[in-house]
Design a protein around this ligand. Structure first.
Ligand SMILES: [Zn+2]
Length: 250
């Protein structure tokens, strides 16, 4: 039984075309308020779809929706599975000069702290975009507020940060990039099986292939070969991890 723990399922223009044949559940992550509204109605219509609400940290122009999204989360707290996608700006501030970069990063940190506080308050897990070294700041906030369940989505960073994530019992989702990127594949190989879940991050494209929830079956096959364990074993572990991450039985 496969669970796609992170997919922007509201972003496919042609939702009927989404390939989720071999997947039991797709957890949809919001980009902003409107994406969240769409996810909420998709989750209401389709039992296989779950919704997370938040503001994607790389879309800084949406930070001004913070009050709206906060209200959206509280009003729908019974209908969502987690807070997300939230986190820290990384790719979108890469080209800025040092001063602007610092300022933009600090702003994303401020927004993240607000979301961490909300997740703690409504007792929901948090789905994080915290690339490379920004994971340290995210972990510090999770520690500070005592957040018990967190997903570091498509995380790639150093061994020390990974160790801190694992030590706290948080999870890391592996994306289809593991099949195309050797360096990422080597990093994924260090993640203990007890902390692994799968994501498509669809409709993000992988080497020209449109990301689809069904691709997580290929991720599982890839990991089973690389680790020399059976597909059933990795499938079962990732399924159980997905359930304990979100505190539900899918
Ligand atoms: Zn995402």
């Amino acid at each position: 039984m496969f669970v796609d723990v992170h997919c922007h399922i509201d972003q496919y223009g042609d939702y009927e075309m989404v390939n989720m044949k071999n997947v039991k559940v797709v957890v949809g992550a919001a980009m902003d308020y409107h994406s969240g509204e769409k996810l909420l109605s998709m989750a209401q219509e389709n039992k296989s779809i779950y919704a997370c609400l938040g503001i994607h940290p790389e879309y800084r122009e949406h930070y001004r929706q913070m009050d709206m999204v906060k209200r959206q989360i509280y009003e729908n707290r019974e209908n969502i599975i987690a807070v997300g996608e939230v986190g820290l700006a990384h790719y979108s501030i890469d080209e800025l000069d040092e001063t602007c970069k610092r300022k933009a990063y600090e702003e994303s940190l401020y927004i993240l702290e607000e979301f961490v506080r909300i997740a703690k308050d409504i007792k929901k897990p948090i789905v994080l975009h915290a690339i490379e070294d920004s994971a340290y700041d995210a972990i510090r906030l999770l520690d500070q507020y005592g957040v018990e369940s967190a997903l570091f989505h498509w995380f790639e960073g150093d061994e020390k940060a990974l160790g801190m994530i694992v030590e706290r019992g948080y999870y890391v989702s592996v994306s289809p990039d593991v099949m195309y990127n050797r360096r990422y594949d080597d990093f994924v190989n260090m993640i203990p099986i007890g902390n692994i879940v799968f994501e498509s991050d669809g409709p993000w494209e992988y080497e020209g292939r449109r990301g689809m929830p069904d691709m997580i079956v290929e991720i599982a096959k890839h990991l089973s070969i690389r680790r020399g364990i059976s597909l059933e074993e990795i499938e079962k572990a990732a399924y159980e991890n997905s359930c304990s991450l979100f505190g539900v039985i899918f």
